[in-house]
Design a protein around this ligand. Structure first.
Ligand code: PEP
Ligand code: CO
Length: 408
């Protein structure tokens, strides 16, 4: 077995079969129309101007099927409830984007997983292999890219059905709903890239918003090149090692024309580091004259392993990073544009929470995620309730006073 795999691409055992799959994808209808990607870009531009707030959320890893899968309607209802609270308490309209209809691929820090004396390839998402811990299930299978297309197609159909039948749901969602996922598997993404005959522009039509993950944002890497080559709104995840020079170069590569709504930075710096690390990055965006949208992912910088080996996050740390993110933006006069969350409406016990309560000893009770720990429905609503008042115009000056010192 060849490990670690470069640029987080799986080691597909049969390159001819992979090429065949990419050709098949190229002949299938696009999953989303380019006009909807443009529509989302305009909505994200409004977020960057401080006229709306983005709520982006869903599973860490979506599954194709099985008892753990949450119906699309329930996923949207959870986001809608949060969006409604955020909008009514803050006075800012909500823009909602799901981590769904394509979130089937995961980067991994370890190429293998060990259980007892058995070592197998790590689970890389349903588009690559199966969560089941056996050698055949864990072998990357390119046919799964076609299954990912079918699964995404079916989720998009659910969304279309809900849009025509459930006006109340879409009102709460902010009038519309868009899809997003990490553009990790380049054969899948390039297989679904199309030139729009109307505009002559190229779009990645696997979803509306595509993001580049923290592990694949190398300036000279293939993922950033892919993001630069499509006209979708794109986001880049920004972790604690990000430098000002990285920010400047990402802007130059992905958004050289400084097009509003085109580029979003999703910061995932950790609750403890956000006050120190975020201000210079925001300052660099200002220096570059970039209209980039700022979004906080308070999940991925706050992950740790509990004593029994379970991967978890503390609600308090998640809230603290969001709070810090808003404070920094208030102090710098930029708009804390939105949240990027891993969540489910289900009553899971994946993130620890002293008040809910989900203690360390409770984690095993309903730990259902295929990858990272998600907020459960109650925790997600609680976060929305905590965040909303900080977005009110009246909250701005207060925060500014409190945090003058932080910029020193
Ligand atoms: C994710 O969003 O699930 C993820 C892996 O994030 P990041 O790239 O920020 O680590
Ligand atoms: Co995750």
């Amino acid at each position: 077995m060849r490990l670690p795999v470069e640029h987080q691409q799986p080691h597909w055992p049969d390159p001819d079969e992979l090429a065949d799959v990419v050709r098949t994808l190229g002949g299938l209808p696009a999953l989303v129309p380019p006009g909807e990607c443009d529509g989302l870009r305009l909505r994200l531009a409004a977020v960057a101007r401080g006229e709306a707030f983005l709520l982006q959320g869903g599973d860490c890893a979506e599954l194709f099927a099985g008892p753990l899968i949450e119906p699309t309607r329930e996923k949207l209802r959870c986001l809608a409830d949060m969006a409604a609270v955020l909008a009514s308490e803050s006075g800012l309209p909500s823009l909602t984007v799901g981590r769904l209809a394509g979130q089937y691929a995961k980067p991994r820090s370890m190429g293998t997983e060990t259980r007892g004396d058995r070592v197998l390839p790590a689970y890389r998402g349903d588009a690559v292999n199966d969560l089941r811990f056996d050698a055949e299930a864990r072998t990357p299978n390119p046919r799964r890219l076609l299954a990912a297309y079918r699964a995404a197609h079916s989720v998009l159909n659910d969304i279309r059905r809900l849009r025509t039948r459930n006006h109340a749901l879409f009102t709460d969602l902010g009038g519309d709903f868009f899809t997003s996922h990490e553009a990790l598997l380049l054969p899948y993404e390039t297989g679904l890239t199309r030139v729009d005959p109307a505009s002559g522009r190229t779009y990645g039509l696997s979803g509306h918003l595509l993001w580049i993950g923290e592990r694949t944002r190398q300036l000279d890497g293939p993922h950033v090149a892919f993001a630069a080559s499509v006209s979708n709104p794109v986001a880049v995840k920004i972790g604690p090692t990000t430098t000002r020079a990285d920010i400047a170069e990402l802007i130059e590569l992905i958004d050289p024309h400084r097009e509003p709504g085109r580029l979003t930075f999703i910061t995932r710096l950790g609750a403890k580091a956000v006050h120190d690390l975020l201000p210079p990055l925001v300052d660099e965006v200002i220096t570059q004259g970039s209209p980039a949208t700022w979004v906080c992912d308070p999940m991925h910088g706050n992950t740790f392993t509990a004593a029994d080996g379970t991967k978890t996050r503390r609600f308090e740390a998640i809230w603290a990073e969001v709070h810090g993110f808003i404070e920094v933006h208030r102090a710098l006069g930029t708009h804390p544009g939105g949240l990027h969350l891993e969540l489910t409406s289900r009553d899971v016990t994946e993130c620890m929470d002293d008040r809910a309560p989900v203690h360390e000893r409770d984690l095993h009770l309903r730990y259902e995620t295929a990858c990272d720990p998600r907020l459960n429905g109650g925790q997600a609503m609680e976060l929305a309730r905590l965040v909303a008042p900080l977005l009110r115009p009246s909250a701005r000056s207060v925060e500014l006073l409190q945090d003058d010192a932080m910029l020193g």
